[in-house]
Design a protein around this ligand. Structure first.
Ligand SMILES: [Mg+2]
Length: 265
């Protein structure tokens, strides 16, 4: 059983958050009933909007591995240690959002840095800075486990060390730094694979990502596919097994079709 796990921004989506050029591969996945799992820094509200657009009913991973959402009854096995809410079994890895935001502000104060996080921005400001329509910015602001932020002034190394001192982690993906707790895209993927393996024999997982925040999960999949971006050199060092592929939805399309073709032969 072949399964695709994909990052969204800069991987499936282009700079305007479109995925038109990926339609042939998306259609092929649907026809062959191959699971497509989103694994992203986006919020649950944002992912749900894309799942509706793409008619995707598979599990998904939000906010840089803050939680794994599995639709209830998706797997015919009990999902232990999950919280059950809104039609999902939710397995949480991240710390609560208020705690994350509080840590960021204290670390900024201590290190003399000026930061601008999503909690400090209005929906209009998120919309402008992220080039998102206001309705989408509203969904991006509904955060549960991860705070994206920019460093406007000060010594960024000091700030990042201060975050680590406070037992929180940070990562970088595309436009923003992110502060997070024990969020881990890799842990979510390992756990999810375990559920697929209880149902299907010989599970093969292909993963697609373009940022350093994808390195953790790309290192635990069978076929790591590194989409070209500004971070490709660092990503290749972090995922030595990875195959470099052309970036954006056009590259995503060609890469996914290629993997499906090779797998079926
Ligand atoms: Mg990305």
């Amino acid at each position: 059983m072949l399964i695709f796990i994909t990052d969204m921004d800069g991987t499936l989506l282009d700079a305007d958050y479109g995925f038109e050029e990926a339609q042939p591969a998306l259609q092929e996945l649907k026809e062959r009933q191959i699971p497509l799992v989103f694994c992203t820094s986006k919020t649950r509200a944002e992912v749900e909007a894309y799942r509706r657009q793409l008619d995707n009913t598979h599990p998904f991973i939000v906010e840089n591995g803050g939680a794994l959402y599995i639709p209830e009854s998706h797997f015919p096995v009990p999902i232990c240690s999950a919280e059950h809410r809104d039609g999902y079994a939710v397995i949480e890895f991240g710390s609560p959002y208020p705690e994350i935001v509080d840590t960021l502000l204290k670390a900024a104060e201590e290190s003399g840095c000026t930061v601008l996080g999503f909690s400090q921005m209005s929906v209009e400001e998120i919309s402008r800075r992220c080039n998102l329509p206001p309705a989408a910015a509203q969904l991006a602001k509904q955060r549960e486990y991860d705070e994206p932020f920019e460093i406007l002034a000060g010594d960024s190394d000091r700030l990042l060390k201060e975050i680590e001192k406070r037992k929180k982690r940070w990562t970088r993906g595309g436009r923003f730094y992110h502060i997070l707790g024990a969020n881990d895209k890799g842990h979510c993927v390992i756990l999810l694979r375990h559920f697929y393996e209880r149902i299907y024999q010989s599970v093969v997982v292909a993963g697609l990502g373009d940022g350093m925040n994808d390195a953790g999960f790309l290192n635990v999949v069978d076929i790591p596919l590194l989409m070209e971006s500004d971070e490709i050199e660092d990503l290749k060092k972090a995922v030595p097994r990875g195959r470099i592929c052309p970036g954006g939805p056009r590259g995503w399309n060609a890469t996914v079709l290629d993997v499906i073709r090779n797998y079926s032969n």
